[in-house]
Every structure is written in structure tokens, then in C-alpha cells.
Design a protein around this ligand. Structure first.
Ligand code: TYM
Length: 385
């Protein structure tokens, strides 16, 4: 059974069972099961072809099924073909620095924005992170909002089409929509969708209405009623389930989603998560830190080099191989060759680790430079009224 709860369970209690909520991902994630239990749709070949017909070439994240599931993507594309554009909406909970897992849905969002010429609303939820964490005050989460916005801008989003919402600062834009949403969601629905408990603070219980609000903000800002398409990992889906139920009652389109898998952390299993810094690569990590973290990473290797040369290793369970697959080897033939050599014992983990360290550090160095430049232009991205 899929477990929904608000947070802070430990692995012993958990018995390795899959937990996927907006605040916690644990156990081995079974994506097929999530499609069934969350009630989403798989991305079919037919739908991928439909996307491809609008984008020249299928984005790598679609081709490799990193984005694997959706809600109403077909509807949004049909409307687009009939002249009704969609807006993009995604976000970040600013509890600390951005890691390369967060970049996965943002890179894809940029691609869709460029191909469809659509506007992006990007929500920075300093309020959420304040409400749900015991050790962060609002001043800290606001600071992280600013820092995290720099990472988004560094990916290449253009200010004309990118509207960043800083929740606590821009609450006047969200509040009336959140009230409309909140009034129509019962506590019983919220409890079963998010796992709220008696001990959950009431700020947190109301909070999902604030994450729902940007789905509908475009109408308020421009007068145009168009659907929102939300690219994000599957952990955010509970928000959209409750929002979709009430959208039409409020006179809006149901927000559509496209869901990605989780980039794993550097340990054995589990997603990359800022709450496990030793197994996460942050965008601001320096080369020596990256080298050390990669060196300590879990791989699918054997106990000794001799054994590995003889028996080969297991790329399917290797965190390093996943980084090539998700982000750092765009050439399918080269990826397949690496996989083959790994399984055949022709390449050892040390070599793969060395290669990925070089690729990661080159990527991070360029990202850090663009991030520095973003400081001069960040104001241009602040949502305009
Ligand atoms: P947050 O900060 O937990 O995550 C930001 C985005 O990154 C995705 N994500 C990952 N994707 C791939 N691999 C990973 N290891 C990984 N870890 C996180 C998340 O799914 C998310 O897309 N409440 C939200 C902030 C938010 C939001 C939104 C997110 C507000 N509005 C709309 C998505 C869409 C949060 O705390 O995200």
C-alpha cells in the first residue's frame, strides 16, 4: 500500500515500504504502481509522437522515459492546436541549496517553453518550508528563495516569459485564489491526500491551497483563461489531484501535469534529497567536494577489481550510471556502450567515477558562472503586476 503521511518517519518503522508524498520519498520507488495508485496516465508512444510533432525532435527526457506519466497532456496539446495556448507552472521549496535532481524538471520546462513559446510561472515557497520545518525561520527560507531563483535563471530562462513568485512577498497575488480553492477542499480530502495528522500545524493544513493558486494566476494577471501544464517529479502530484477536482467549479481549466522520475542520490537507493547532503550534488559544490562525494558513491560494482573484470557489474543499480542516463550522456550509442562495457567487466567503477566527476565539474563551473551573472538581472524575473 502507498503510504501517505506528513513527514518524519524513519526507515525502521518504514520497513522499506514505498512512501511518496510532496515531503517525503522513501523505499524503492515503483513508478508503474504510482501511475495506478495516483491515477495518472502513462506517456504512450502515440502521445510522445504527438509531442514530437510540435518539437522537431523528442527531448531526451521523453525519449528515455524520465518523464513517464501525465494528466491531460493530450488535452492541453489539443487545445494548443486549436489556438488556446497553455502556461507552464513549476516551483521550488527553498529549504536549502538546489541539487542537480531539481534541475531535471527545470531543464525540461525550459525545453517546452522554448518549443511552445509559453509563459512560465515559477513559485518559490518560502512559506511552505517555514511551516513544515522545525529548524528554518522565514528569514532563512526567503534567503534560499533568492539563491534558488539564481539557479533557475542560470539554466537560460528569459525574463520576458518567466515570472517568479516569491510566496511571502507576493501573497497579495495568491491570496484570493487560495481562499477560493481552500473553501472547496474539505479537511477529510486534504487529510487523505496529504496524510495530515492531529499534530500537523494548521498553517501546513491550509498551505496546499497556496501551491494550487499559480495554476490559475494567469487569468488574474492577463484576463486570459488558459490551462496550466506542470512539469515536476511525481512527488508533487497530490497537490494537483485536489486542485483538479475543484478547478472547473471555479471556472478554470483543470491543470495538466507531466511527471518525471527521481534522480537518485549517491547512496544505495533513494532519491537525491537536500536533507541528505552527503549523497547529493549541489549546484554550488566545488570540484574537490564533487570528487569526494562521487568517490564515495554507491555503484553496481563487485568487491574486487578481479571479480568485476570476470563477472561484470550492474549498471541498473548504479547511481553513477543514472547520472549519465539522466543528464550527462546525451549520445545514446555512447551510453549503450558504457552499459555494455560495465556489464562485461571491461570498465571499472573508478573510471566511470572519474569521467562523471569531470563532466559534473565542467557543468557546475559553467552553471556557477551563469548563476553569478543572474544576480544582475534577477529583478527582471519577479512576477509583474
Ligand atoms: P522541491 O523543492 O521539493 O522540488 C523542486 C522540484 O524538483 C523536483 N525534485 C526532483 N526531481 C528529480 N529528481 C529528484 N531527486 C528531485 N527532487 C525534487 C520536485 O518534484 C519539484 O518539481 N512544494 C514544492 C515547490 C513547488 C512546486 C510547485 C513544485 C511549488 N509549486 C509546482 C513543482 C510544481 C517543493 O517543495 O519542491
Amino acid at each position: 500500500m502507498l503510504v501517505n503521511r506528513t513527514a518524519t518517519s524513519n526507515d525502521e518503522e518504514n520497513n522499506g515500504e514505498m512512501v511518496v508524498t510532496p515531503w517525503e520519498v522513501k523505499g524503492k520507488v515503483d513508478y508503474e504502481r504510482l501511475i495506478k495508485e495516483f491515477g495518472t496516465q502513462p506517456l504512450t508512444t502515440q502521445l510522445l509522437e504527438y509531442v514530437e510533432s510540435h518539437t522537431d525532435k523528442l527531448h531526451l527526457q521523453l525519449e528515455r522515459k524520465i518523464f513517464f506519466s501525465h494528466r491531460d497532456l493530450d488535452t492541453v496539446l489539443n487545445l494548443y492546436d486549436r489556438g488556446i495556448k497553455f502556461v507552464l507552472y513549476t516551483g521550488r521549496g527553498p529549504s536549502g541549496p538546489v541539487h542537480i535532481g531539481h534541475l531535471v524538471p527545470w531543464i525540461f520546462t525550459l525545453h517546452i517553453q522554448q518549443k511552445f513559446g509559453t509563459r512560465l510561472y515559477f513559485q518559490l515557497t518560502d512559506d511552505e518550508k517555514y511551516l513544515i520545518s522545525d529548524n528554518l525561520d522565514l528569514k532563512q527560507t526567503r534567503k534560499w528563495s533568492y539563491e534558488n531563483a539564481l539557479d533557475l535563471i542560470a539554466l537560460g530562462f528569459k525574463p520576458e516569459d518567466t515570472f517568479i513568485i516569491y510566496d511571502s512577498e507576493d501573497i497579495d497575488l495568491l491570496y484570493d485564489i487560495s481562499l477560493e480553492v481552500a473553501k472547496r477542499i474539505t479537511f477529510s480530502t486534504a487529510r487523505s491526500s496529504f496524510g495530515f495528522q492531529d499534530s500537523t500545524n494548521i498553517g501546513w493544513v491550509f498551505w496546499p491551497a497556496i501551491q494550487a493558486a499559480p495554476c490559475f494566476i494567469h487569468k488574474k494577471l492577463t484576463g486570459e483563461n488558459v490551462p496550466a501544464l506542470i512539469p515536476a517529479a511525481i512527488d508533487q502530484d497530490p497537490y494537483w489531484r485536489v486542485t483538479r477536482d475543484i478547478a472547473q467549479k471555479l471556472g478554470y481549466y483543470k491543470p495538466a501535469q507531466i511527471h518525471c522520475r527521481f534522480l537518485p542520490g549517491l547512496g544505495a537507493g533513494g532519491k537525491m534529497s537536500a536533507s541528505h547532503p552527503e549523497t547529493s550534488i549541489f549546484t554550488m559544490d566545488q570540484p574537490d567536494v564533487v570528487k569526494k562525494k562521487i568517490w564515495n558513491a554507491f555503484t553496481g560494482g563487485k568487491g574486487t577489481a578481479a571479480e568485476q573484470r570476470k563477472e561484470g557489474a550492474e549498471p541498473t543499480i548504479c547511481s553513477i550510471f543514472q547520472y549519465y542516463f539522466f543528464l550527462f550522456e546525451e549520445d545514446n550509442a555512447k551510453l549503450a556502450e558504457r552499459e555494455r562495457r560495465c556489464k562485461a567487466g571491461e570498465i571499472l567503477c573508478g573510471e566511470c567515477k572519474k569521467d562523471i566527476t569531470e563532466k559534473l565539474n565542467a557543468f557546475l563551473q559553467a552553471h556557477q558562472q551563469r548563476r553569478e551573472k543572474a544576480k544582475d538581472v534577477i529583478e527582471q524575473y519577479h512576477v509583474k503586476r
